[in-house]
Design a protein around this ligand. Structure first.
Ligand code: PLP
Length: 479
């Protein structure tokens, strides 16, 4: 690594990225290429001699950019956003630039210690009970993973091992995991990964009447039915901000059920967790004090470039019991004395990125005040969009909005009208235009279009223009 080359070439790359952001609004939001397009454009073997960064950037401009769906476009309203920011980008540069691998404390003490500090900062911003924080000294604390999926796998492994230590290793076929039919599929995947029989995963049905939230009674009944069959309830996952419609499970009531049956209680707040820093949204987290663990993704709605997932636990020792290994090659005085955190024992992999640097830069560069403002402005835009939908008689908001996700659809025009087909055609017409990108969900049998606001560049004018686009495509479709 030559520092002068690094300085010169990174300037060229940063300028390239800045230009990308300058022009991003002009690019078709959803990529319009056909499968296999890239193989036709790139050589089929690696270059033997080095190539210049200018040549590489030219190929990115010509061949790669057309094949990108522009997640940072102001007109990206699909899935949940992965919002980038200047601070997130700079933090990511520092993380990659320093490129330390803090798997245990001694391998880079500042990486571990900064992570502990940042996790406590975040926990305090979200007003988590102090039992989840390092500073409280009761054994709780947090860790940064790359994704919610990893966080769920690790907590499930900890819960499984705790349970098996009581009922014996053969009991794994008896363990049961509970979630709702709206819980992210990551929990079902994680459940399989830790060896829970697929038939022991309960996706408890939700209904429109509860706003697609889990009801404590349904969970209680499911657990009692399993206990009656000789099975052992293991793990309950509740969600704040479900993927399809942004529903919120009643944390306090579910926590009481979970605690009564002695199951590990996890809260997945991947998307909506960020809203918890604003007092007006904090009530959705009431009951978190009953949880064993909670996770949220700053890479979704907290201006933190990919990837970054916060996981807090009241008893990380359960995680460590399940995941720790002590190979001779990593032995050192601090670890042996058990006076430090070795984050390798809080995650799946050994190697780890210095994600705390990124989150630290984001929090410091924006400050809590601006981070709250960022959440509020997205929610204000979503409210405005919701009002626009309500003002057009042809449309309806399908599920009451809580955060910055609006689920809407064209209403059936007459008895027996296939509204799903109508809305599918509307969505495809909007996406094909290249001027916006939204995705869909089918919940309770109803096909709906999801309008998820959260890209950093999105302003009210984009929301208004996209609504006009939606209306004009609806004019074409409804003949
Ligand atoms: N949980 C919820 C509620 C989500 O919406 C998502 C992704 O959108 C996930 C989990 C998965 O997150 P990750 O990709 O970080 O595993």
């Amino acid at each position: 690594l030559d520092p002068d080359v690094l300085a010169n070439e990174s300037r060229v790359v940063v300028d390239f990225i800045a230009d990308y952001y300058r022009d991003i609004e002009q690019l078709p939001v959803r990529s319009q290429v056909e499968p296999g397009y890239l193989g036709k454009r790139l050589p089929d073997s690696a270059p033997y001699l080095p190539q210049s960064i200018d040549a590489i950037l030219e190929d990115i401009r010509e061949d790669i950019i057309p094949g990108l769906t522009h997640w940072q476009s102001p007109n990206f309203y699909a899935y949940f956003q992965a919002n980038a920011s200047t601070a997130g980008f700079l933090g990511e540069m520092l993380c990659s630039g320093l490129n330390v691998v803090g798997f245990n404390w001694i391998s880079s003490p500042a990486a571990t210690e900064l992570e502990g500090i940042v996790m406590d900062w975040m926990g305090k911003m979200l007003k988590l009970p102090s039992s989840f924080l390092f500073s409280c000294g009761q054994g709780g604390g947090g860790v940064l993973h790359g994704s919610t999926c990893e966080a769920v796998v690790c907590t499930l492994a900890a819960a499984r091992d705790k349970a098996l230590s009581k009922i014996g290793a053969d009991g794994i076929t008896k363990l049961v995991v509970y979630a709702s039919d709206q819980t992210h599929f990551t929990v079902q995947k994680a459940s399989k990964l830790v060896g829970i029989p697929p038939s022991n995963f309960r996706a408890i049905p939700t209904t429109a009447a509860s706003g697609y939230a889990l009801t404590p009674d349904s969970v209680r009944s499911a657990m009692e039915a399993d206990i009656a069959k000789g099975l052992v309830p293991l793990y309950l996952c509740a969600t704040v901000g479900t993927t399809a419609v942004g529903a919120v499970d009643p944390l306090l009531e579910l926590g009481k059920v979970a605690n009564k049956y002695g199951v590990w209680y996890h809260i997945d707040a991947a998307y909506a967790g960020s809203s918890g820093i604003c007092p007006e949204f904090r009530h959705y987290f009431d009951g978190v004090e009953l949880a064993h663990s909670i996770s949220m993704n700053p890479h979704k709605w907290f201006l933190t470039n990919m990837d970054c997932c916060c996981l807090w636990l009241k008893s990380p020792s359960a995680l460590v019991d399940s995941l720790s290994t002590s190979p001779e090659i990593l032995r050192n005085k601090a670890s042996d004395a058990k006076i430090v955190v070795d984050y390798k024992d809080w995650q799946i992999a050994l190697s780890r990125r210095f994600r705390a640097m990124k989150l630290w830069v984001v929090i410091r560069r924006y400050g809590v005040a601006n981070l709250m403002e960022h959440i509020r402005s997205d929610v204000a835009m979503a409210k405005h969009f919701e009002r626009l939908v309500a003002m057009d008689q042809r449309f309806e908001v399908v599920v009451p909005r809580k955060f910055s996700l609006v689920c809407f659809r064209l209403k059936p025009r007459f008895e027996g009208d296939d509204a799903s087909d109508l809305n599918r055609r509307l969505l495809e017409a909007v996406n094909l235009s290249g001027r916006a990108f939204m995705t869909h969900a089918v919940v309770g049998g109803t096909y709906m279009i999801r309008f998820a606001i959260g890209t950093t560049l999105t302003e009210m004018r984009h929301v208004q223009a996209t609504w006009k686009l939606i209306q004009s495509k609806a004019d074409e479709i409804i003949v």
